[in-house]
Design a protein around this ligand. Structure first.
Ligand code: PEP
Length: 243
């Protein structure tokens, strides 16, 4: 399975910027063997999907509601993302866990809703700095996997240590190797044989200069890229470093 290089554009770009960025990524995608994905804000999914039509670059959302429709002012349903051209959705990002008090249980419900709508969920897990300094990182990530992923699980896991997101601090290759091996073990323990086939992305200050080393670590199935995905050249350089 090729690696997946996913860009999380977060709350960046006006429409014209999002389209220009998508077009620049698509223009440089030829010859890249990794799967490419960009996740603009929900408002821009349709325009970005249109800009990427005919290219190998997929589009995803950054969140969805746990129900397919209803009286939920301001929320976005998974079928709406699908309808707008998304094929993936990021769920349980630490910024949503922190800023919107999202729990593992809610993320599991959202994951089920995403799969029912035909989207591939990318479920984020990862420990805070306090949890890591307290030596609780594997315990925390194990609980997040058990609580956030429905059984069976038809999606992708992204390991994103919270202390490495947007901070410029990258986990060392050894940190990533240890945690990805642990996550693989947990997935196999919790999901049986299917656990071997679940992609595990690394995310947290991935950039052109560290991508090759991080993407070469065993059990790393790709990268979830925040800041560096807003520059097409850097995002494409990261993608070229993928296996
Ligand atoms: C992210 O927000 O998913 C992320 C990994 O951000 P950054 O690459 O900027 O650390």
């Amino acid at each position: 399975m090729p690696q997946l290089i996913a860009g999380n554009w977060k709350m960046h770009c006006l429409t014209a910027d999002a389209i220009a960025l998508a077009e620049a990524v698509a223009a440089g995608a030829a010859g890249i063997t990794a799967e490419l994905l960009v996740c603009p804000t929900a408002l821009h999914v349709a325009a970005v999907a249109k800009a990427l039509a005919g290219s190998p670059v997929a589009v995803g959302g950054q969140d969805c509601h746990q129900t397919p429709q209803g009286a939920h002012t301001g929320d976005i349903a998974a079928p709406m993302l699908r309808d707008a051209g998304a094929s993936y959705v990021i769920l349980g990002h630490s910024e949503r866990r922190q800023n919107h008090d999202e729990t593992d249980e809610l993320i599991r419900e959202k994951t089920i809703a995403a799969v029912e709508a035909g989207l591939t969920p990318i479920v984020c897990v990862g420990e805070t700095l306090d949890q890591r300094t307290g030596g609780q990182e594997t315990e925390v990530v194990g609980w997040q996997i058990a609580g956030s992923l429905p059984k069976p699980f038809a999606g992708v896991v992204a390991y994103e240590p919270v202390w490495a997101i947007g901070t410029g601090k990258t986990a060392t290759e050894q940190d990533v190797a240890t945690m990805h091996a642990f996550i693989r073990e947990e997935l196999v323990r919790q999901f049986g044989e299917d656990g071997h086939g679940i992609r595990i992305l690394y995310g947290g200050s991935v950039k052109a200069s560290n991508a090759a080393a991080l993407l070469a670590v065993p059990h790393v199935g790709g990268a979830l890229v925040g800041g560096a995905s807003l520059k097409a050249d850097e995002f494409l350089t990261i993608a070229r470093a993928a296996r």
